[in-house]
Design a protein around this ligand. Structure first.
Ligand code: UDP
Length: 471
């Protein structure tokens, strides 16, 4: 079958960190002439349908992408009433409503396409919607999974849920686990979903995902071979994962002529790009905790105080309390904005790809979400790693101890982040004795990321093979 005759259905949860890599994979497919329908739940309708595909290049007149019309969005009801609080009911939503009512609604959507004579050649499901694998099977559609986290996490979850490897008691933070292809992981480096204190519903969703793998033809990873070579190899005799990334905005990979599905849920304050262009190269500290995590009141104060003491230039993304997840966010100290206005900007949401590529950013204080991790790797920007939950502690371990491009910022024995610790980290990454070595490693990874995605690179070959197989 020719590429233009293929129609792929992609299914994702409606979160920014899940939609972004799915859209970036969709972009690779539509660039090859494949028609893609991206399906997610109704809650994302108003956020996504108004945005569709936009330029990530910052070019107000982006080159026409002849394939732009090949991507369309569809939305299905998740089963909860429209007015119910989805954050509060997350457990029941993920474990009960989506796998039953949501799955039924997705199935109806596929049948409706069928009635219009539009079948699907393949489904690509995000790893957090394992129930969609059964929907694909019921319609006789071959199914692939996009693993949207590090391949390291795939290996950890696989071995844990299949009862392989010696996992110690996870109650004791001083315990550690040794797994093939991975550094020695202390309990505190493991994903929080595995810990006794972690939310049980996510742990169950991941377990369902691992158990659904037997019904899946291909597992694709949002990573690139060189970055996670050892762990990818360690899975090759179990259930192989094929890195097809990094699934980051094309601008970060030097593909300035590509349009990508931006899919931002919030309006970004693009004026910060103009401001960054007035700053010295590698002089700005960029602070962002992704779309869900926030700094607490005392952490916000510690970071603000360190910025005042060090006089560092900064761009800081602070979520508004009314932005759903932002309701736990700390308030900036009184007068902070006025006192730092000559060298800092605070925004609600920014175009992170363009920020990291600006040349002005010398360090990224990140929560280590996997998209942000890959984006900073692709931009060659060293990090201060301050993980919050889920896969982030493991990503922080990789960034610092395996990729060698940053330091870990830690809370003290009292569980609080101190101003001195923030200052220590800023010093270590920008001026300390290891700063040059971290920058050098970051630039090496940037080059490796570009090589993997370039024509004939490892990820380009995976893309070509995958398209060949679904054809
Ligand atoms: N992001 C952005 N602007 C911001 C903050 C974040 O565009 O001001 C994007 C970022 O580039 C990344 C995504 O939001 O692609 C966050 O995903 P990640 O996996 O890093 O974290 P999550 O939000 O899932 O915790």
């Amino acid at each position: 079958m020719e590429a233009h005759e293929l129609h792929v259905l992609m299914v994702s949860l409606p979160y920014q960190g899940h939609i972004n890599p799915m859209l970036r994979l969709a972009n690779l497919l539509i660039t090859s002439g494949i028609h893609v329908t991206m399906a997610t739940t109704e809650v994302a309708r108003h956020r996504l349908s108004s945005r569709n595909i936009t330029s990530t290049t910052g070019n107000p007149n982006p080159p026409e992408n002849p394939n732009q019309e090949l991507l369309e969005f569809e939305f299905f009801a998740d089963g909860l009433n429209a007015d119910e609080d989805r954050d509060k009911n997350l457990g029941v939503l993920l474990e009960e409503y989506l796998p039953t009512k949501g799955a039924g609604n997705l199935s109806d959507l596929i049948s409706d396409f069928g009635k219009k004579g539009r079948g699907f050649s393949c489904m690509i499901v995000n790893c957090f919607v394992p129930w969609a694998v059964d929907v694909a099977a019921a319609h006789g559609i071959p199914c692939a999974m996009l693993w949207v986290q590090a391949c390291a996490l795939y290996a950890i979850y696989y071995r844990y849920h299949k009862g392989m490897g010696e996992f110690p008691s996870l109650d004791d933070a001083s315990n550690s686990v040794e797994l093939p292809g991975l550094p020695l992981l202390k309990v505190q480096d493991l994903p929080t979903f595995l810990l006794p204190s972690g939310p049980p519903h996510f742990k169950n969703v991941v377990a369902a995902c691992i158990h659904s793998l037997d019904k899946i033809r291909w597992v694709l990873g949002s990573s690139f071979h060189k970055l996670e070579e050892d762990v990818v190899k360690s899975m090759s005799h179990l259930k192989p994962i094929h890195p097809i990334g990094p699934l980051v905005p094309p601008i970060l990979l030097g593909k300035l002529d590509r349009i990508s599905g931006a899919g931002d849920f919030w309006d970004s304050e693009d004026s910060c790009i103009e401001w960054l262009s007035t700053q010295r190269p590698s002089s700005v500290l960029y602070i962002s905790l992704g779309s869900i995590s926030v700094l607490s009141e005392s952490e916000t104060k510690a970071v603000a105080a360190a910025l005042e003491t060090t006089k560092a230039a900064f761009l800081w993304v602070v979520k508004k309390r009314e932005d759903g997840w932002g309701r736990r966010s700390g308030e900036l100290p009184e007068g902070f904005l006025e006192r730092t206005k000559d060298r800092g900007r605070v925004v609600r949401w920014c175009p992170q790809d363009r920020v990291l590529m600006s040349g002005a950013v010398g360090c990224f204080l990140t929560h280590c979400g996997w998209n942000s991790t890959l984006e900073t790797v692709a931009a060659g920007v060293p990090v201060i790693a301050f993980p919050d939950w889920t896969d982030q502690p493991t990503n922080a371990k990789l960034l610092v101890d395996v990729f060698g491009m940053g330091v870990r910022m830690r809370r003290g024995m009292d569980g609080r982040l101190s101003e001195e610790e923030v200052e220590r980290c800023i010093f270590e990454v920008t001026e300390g004795p290891m700063a040059m070595a971290m920058k050098k490693k970051a630039v090496e990874w940037k080059e490796a990321a570009m090589k993997a995605s370039a024509c004939g690179g490892s990820s380009d070959l995976v893309t070509a093979n995958f398209i060949g197989e679904i054809s």
